[in-house]
Each structure stands twice: as C-alpha cells, then as structure tokens.
Write a protein that binds this ligand. Structure first.
Ligand code: NAD
Length: 490
C-alpha cells in the first residue's frame, strides 16, 4: 500500500459544520485545514465559522431546548443516549483511526478514547430520568418541592489533546440533564466532534440538540462564549484562555466550568512498591506524549529511592521509539509544530539558563519516513529545584521533572508547591501516610498506588489555577441543572 493510503482515513469525510440537523459551510465559505501531526501533511479542511454561524447554531440549540428535546420524556432521552453509546462502539475502529490521524496519538490510546466516549453516553443515559428533586417539610400549611431544570444552551469548548473524549465528557451529562450543546472543537482536531453529529443523529438526537461550529478560538470560540443565549460554558484548555472565557461569560452571567491543566505530582515514598511506581510514573508522563492536563509531570521522590527510580526510568524512557500513531508506537508526535517548539524551548531553558541535568531525551526526534512529523524525545530533568520554571510551568509534552525530598512531610509540601492543583499520585505501602497525603494535597483527584486510577464515574476537576467545577461522575450533572423551588400556601 502507498504510504499516503496507509496513513489516511481511507474514506471521504464530510467535514462541514453540524447546525440544526444539517451539514453546512460557513456563511462566508471560508475554510481551515487540519494536518496529520506525524507527517505534517494536510488531511482535510473544515469551515471557519463566522459570528453569524455561531448565532444560527445557538438559535437552533435554543429552539431544540424548548422544543423537541423538552418534548421527549427523560426516559426516552436516556434511551437515545444509550443508542449513541452503542453506535459509537460500532464505529469505534473507524473513529479511532480518524482520531489518531488528526491528533497524532497512538492507535491504542485513540481506541481507549473512543471507548471512554461511549462510556460517557452510557453512564449519563442512566441519569436522564433520575434527576429528581426533594420535598421540603414546612408544616401543615405549605407544600414545597424542588425541580431540577436544565440550565439551557451550553457551550462546550474543546481542547486538542482529547478531542472526542472531552466532547463526550461535557455533552453526555448536558444532554442527560435536558440541556442542548453547541460544541467548538479545537481547530487542530475538529474531525471526531463533527463525525459525532452523524452518530447522535442516527441515535435519534433531534436537530439542534448537538450543534458543532468549527473554526478559530479567537473568532468562533469567542463569539460562542459571548453569546447572550449561552447559559453555561464548559471549557478545557489553557489558563489564559480560561480566564478570558470567565470574563466573557460574566457579561451575561453564564456559569462556567474551567479545566485548566496542571503540574501534577507523582509522589514516591521510600516504602513504595518500586515496580508499580516506575510503571505509574512512565504512564503518568508519556501517555499522549505528555499532552494531558492530568499528566503526572513532576516526580517527587524520597532520597532513598531516587537512584533506584532513575536507574529504571532512564533506560525505559530512552527505549521509547516514536512513530506514526497508526503504527501504534510507544510514543506519537506532538500535535503541532508550535507545540514541538514550545516544548523544546522549555527544555532548552532548563538546560542552558537554569543548568539543570537532562538525564534522558531533551531533543526533537527524527523518525525515518516521517521527517515532517513533530516528534520529541521522552525527557527527564533530574534533581530540579522547586522554583525552576520547568517545575512550575505546564510544559504539555513528554517532559518529567524530578524533585528529591527527605521525608513524607516534605513530599506533601513540595507536591503542593505550584500554582496548580488538578491531580496528585502517591506510591506508599503505608495507608496512614497515603490518607494524610490525600487530606493535605491541593488536588481534585488523588491516585493512591496507581496513577490515573478511576474513570468516567470519578469526579474530576481542579483547585487553584487548575480551575473549578467538576466533570465526570454524578458531580458533573450539577453544572447542567438548576434547582427551582416551588412553595404553595394551602
Ligand atoms: P487554548 O486554551 O487556547 O484552546 C483551547 C480551546 O479554546 C480551543 O478549542 C480553542 O479554539 C478555544 N479558544 C481559544 N481562544 C478562545 C477564546 N478567546 N474564546 C473561546 N474559545 C477559545 O489552548 P491552545 O492554544 O490550544 O494550547 C495552549 C496550551 O494550553 C498548551 O500548550 C497547554 O499547555 C494548554 N492546554 C491545556 C489543555 C488541558 O487539557 N487543560 C488542553 C489543551 C491545551
């Protein structure tokens, strides 16, 4: 097979926007392109939405909210979401290939992403008819009860690192609660959010309940968030963009969920199971080439285990070969040339300006046959001081920093020593130490003896600069309904 065939979707994709049950171009017919990060080749183009297009999408979602979606019983809405999960599973291999082509991630990771996306629809389908209120005892002369009403039209602003999973993570609970959604995928990775429109359509989701506007963040995304008919914004991405979104949503008092990344620690205490700690650390930092908001990007290790950890981590990182995601290599490319440059700059600054030790990696990778790809070597920066920029700033690439501590108490202080607070892992055989860590750490999720433990049912979100609001689990639903209290004098 020709390389161009082998590394293609193998089908013509309809990449027009999805508005009100139809596939449409932008009103000015402008388009943007998307590339395969492993080759740098353009693999498709999609519309660049104008503010008018965003207006049409929001109007359609508003009409569906008051119309077809509301008319459906909650049980029927749940069935539609269950069907969406089944159809997504039927389409899993095709969707995984397309996700890999667009984002660069290894195929096995894309397969997990598609399964997780289906699991979101499956999980929240069951809640559609269970969002019931309370009755409030006020004595003989009153009857009082609450209703859980959908908040309204939601905007879902999606990042490029987990394109379909982040879409499903926000859209499934929103739809289960009776809301509608206008999705703005990242310009780098818009394909699977668009293709999800066909899947939801086949599942029986009425026109307008799930709309997708594609294009740039500064134009399409900004117009969507600023739209006065948007009641809630769910955003995942950078701190700076999240702050702007919060300001914009404030103009029409829309609520926001902000998931803004992190610098999450993986703490390894002296009594840890070394094998589990090594495997957990590698997974924490090199999944999706480190482009993960919840990545464990700081190893915080007690001195007694430092040498043993490094002896094992360094050869394992050095042995990770890179390749095209469809060949399912240990590590894929970064999403874009810009991301490759940013990661390289972080590491160069650590090496030259801060004189830190690069124990392994620390350079872009040349992959034969994929000279246009954005590959970076799995990297470990050893014995980094707490105030080093590489320790404090989110690099969003395959770069692990190592901080050495003298005790469990110091480990907690060091683990808390950044402005972020998304996730935290700890490896120890001492349950009291693990629980004290869970109590004292600034994080929304704590993983004990397995990094990334949990999944769709476990609430997820940050503290400090990592944001606020919770996604996943039952907790996510509270963003998508509002409590109305009705009280009658008898
Ligand atoms: P970004 O925050 O700018 O983009 C995320 C999403 O927001 C995209 O869909 C984008 O189009 C949209 N957007 C951008 N500006 C907007 C605006 N003014 N109004 C509404 N929507 C807007 O992130 P980026 O530029 O793609 O990546 C930059 C850095 O952000 C990365 O290097 C990484 O550190 C971080 N990041 C974090 C996550 C995460 O999971 N928390 C995901 C992606 C990127």
């Amino acid at each position: 097979m020709e390389q161009t065939d082998r590394y293609s979707a193998g089908e013509a994709l309809d990449l027009r926007m999805a508005i009100d049950g139809k596939r449409v171009e932008a009103s000015d017919r402008a388009r943007m392109t998307t590339e395969d990060p492993a080759t740098g080749r353009v693999i498709g183009s999609f519309p660049a939405a104008t503010a008018d297009d965003v207006d049409r999408a929001v109007a359609s979602s508003k009409a569906a909210l008051k119309g077809a979606w509301r008319a459906m019983t909650p049980t029927a809405r749940g069935r539609v979401l269950s069907r969406a999960a089944a159809i997504l599973r039927r389409e899993a291999e095709r969707m995984a290939r397309i996700e890999t082509l667009d984002s660069g991630k290894p195929l096995r990771e894309a397969r997990t992403d598609i399964e997780t996306s289906a699991a979101y629809f499956e999980y929240y389908a069951g809640f559609a008819d269970k969002l019931q209120g309370d009755s409030i005892p006020l004595g003989m002369d009153y009857m009082s009860f609450t209703l859980h009403e959908p908040v309204g039209v939601t905007a879902q602003i999606i990042p490029w690192n987990f394109p379909l999973t982040t879409t499903a993570r926000g859209v499934a609970p929103a739809l289960a609660a009776g809301c509608t959604a206008v999705v703005k995928p990242a310009a780098l990775t818009s394909l699977t959010s668009l293709l999800l429109a066909d899947i939801l359509d086949e599942a029986g989701v009425p026109p307008g309940v799930y709309n997708v506007v594609t294009g740039s963040g500064s134009k399409a995304g900004a117009a969507l968030v600023a739209h006065p008919d948007i009641a809630h914004v769910t955003f995942t991405g950078s701190v700076e963009t999240g702050q702007g979104i919060m300001r914009s949503a404030a103009s029409h008092v829309a609520s926001v969920t902000l998931e803004l990344g992190g610098k999450s620690p993986v703490v390894v205490l002296a009594d840890a199971d070394l094998d589990a700690a090594v495997e957990g650390t590698l997974k924490a930092i090199y999944t999706n080439a480190g482009q993960v908001c919840s990545a464990g990007s700081r190893l915080v290790v007690e001195r007694k285990l430092h040498a043993a950890m490094m002896e094992r981590l360094v050869p394992r990182a050095a042995a990770m070969t890179a390749g095209h995601g469809l060949d399912d290599p240990p590590i894929g490319p970064l999403v874009s040339a810009e991301q490759l440059r940013t990661v390289g700059e972080h590491v160069e600054r650590a090496r030259t300006r801060n004189s830190l030790t690069i124990a392994v990696g620390g350079r872009p990778l040349k992959v034969p046959g994929f000279e246009g790809g954005h590959f970076y070597a799995p990297t470990i920066i050893d014995d980094a001081p707490a105030d080093a920029p590489a320790v404090q700033e989110e690099i969003f690439g395959p770069v692990l920093t190592v901080q050495i501590v003298e005790s469990a108490e110091e480990a907690i202080a060091v683990a808390n020593g950044t402005e972020f607070g998304l996730c935290a892992g700890i490896y120890t055989r001492n349950i009291s130490r693990a629980m004290a860590f869970a109590r004292d750490i600034d994080a929304g999720q704590v993983f004990i003896n397995q990094y990334f433990a949990g999944g769709v049912p476990t609430p997820f979100g940050g503290t400090k600069m990592s944001g606020f609001g919770r996604e996943k689990g039952l907790a996510a639903l509270s963003s998508y309904y509002r409590v109305k209290c009705v009280t009658t004098r008898l």
